[in-house]
Design a protein around this ligand. Structure first.
Ligand code: GLN
Length: 293
């Protein structure tokens, strides 16, 4: 039997809809285009195009994976962030568009530094796919980044992306739990950036299966309250952040007041600033380390 594009698309939409995939139509078309190595518009323009058997088999496998709720970005091994393409697999969190607020805010602060020509040292904690580090390096040609992750497999992905984006010469990778240890790395940083795990273990099961069954738990779950990693980050950052340097964090829903309290309690920060996302939710918080400790 030979299937044309229209038939294949309808078959797939039906399967994905029955599997409760909210974006069933879009995903079917994207995976179909991918399976035949054509742009998506080809699928709409040539509904009668007969799919070679080989490609049809590939397509069906992709659809069965998606029907099990595997995220489409893992199936395609690709996710766009900050208009850059990132290789992703199940060892790394899929970059989220909300995290672009952190980049925006960082750039604003970095560009307002008195001497923006000087090479800023940036620490990215929980590098994952490398999205934050690489966006930063692409925007500011003098910046150097130290990127840390607790997962060796995640570091492999970040290195691959750094190579693809030609920034390997300005990034140093480090395996570890929050702050880098050892003298290979700068003593002190101008910026500490992080999109840390911030989900409470009790909330985890209520999330979509794309997240709970496929994304790395270590990148998502913080502990009982969801604030555990922030507590450590805020206190330990003092060992590594320059006076006058900035800590910039992505924050979860409903965590703003508690995180502000943690920052205030340390007594070390001033100029606390909150960035809201397009839905009006607090998304990113920055705090500047006091100059005189
Ligand atoms: N920095 C990566 C991101 O923002 C990974 C974050 C993480 O693993 N918690 O997507």
């Amino acid at each position: 039997v030979v299937w044309n594009l229209e038939k294949a698309a309808n078959w797939a939409k039906d399967i994905l809809q029955k599997a409760d995939v909210a974006t069933f139509g879009l995903d079917a078309d994207v995976l179909l285009a991918h399976a035949i190595n054509r742009p998506r518009r080809f699928v709409f323009t040539y509904p009668d195009y007969q799919i070679p058997l080989e490609n049809l088999e590939v397509f069906q496998k992709l659809i069965f994976r998606r029907a099990k709720r595997e995220p489409i970005h893992y199936i395609l091994n690709n996710r766009e962030f900050w208009s850059l393409e990132f290789f992703v697999n199940s060892n790394v969190l899929i970059p989220r568009p909300e995290t672009e607020h952190l980049i925006d805010h960082f750039l604003e602060l970095a560009r307002s530094q008195k001497n923006e020509q000087r090479s800023l040292e940036v620490l990215d904690i929980g590098v994952g796919s490398g999205n934050i580090s690489i966006a930063v390096l692409k925007e500011l040609p003098l910046v150097k980044v130290t990127a840390i992750d607790i997962s060796e497999d995640a570091l492999e992905v970040a290195k691959r992306n750094a190579k693809n984006h030609d920034v390997l010469n300005r990034i140093q990778f480090c395996l570890g739990d929050l702050f880098p240890k050892g003298d290979l790395f700068p003593d002190q940083f101008d910026f500490v950036l992080s999109n840390p795990p911030y989900i409470a273990s009790s909330e985890f099961d209520s999330l979509e299966p794309e997240i709970t069954c496929f994304e790395p738990k270590v990148a998502l779950i913080s502990g009982k309250t969801g604030l555990e990693v922030y507590e450590r980050l805020i206190s330990e950052t003092l060992l590594r952040l320059k006076f006058g340097g900035y800590l910039i964090l992505e924050i979860g829903d409903g965590q703003l007041e508690q995180i502000k309290n943690l920052i205030d309690q340390s007594g070390e920060f001033a100029e606390v600033f909150t960035v809201f996302d397009y839905a009006g939710k607090p998304r990113t918080i920055s705090a500047r380390r006091k100059i005189n400790g």
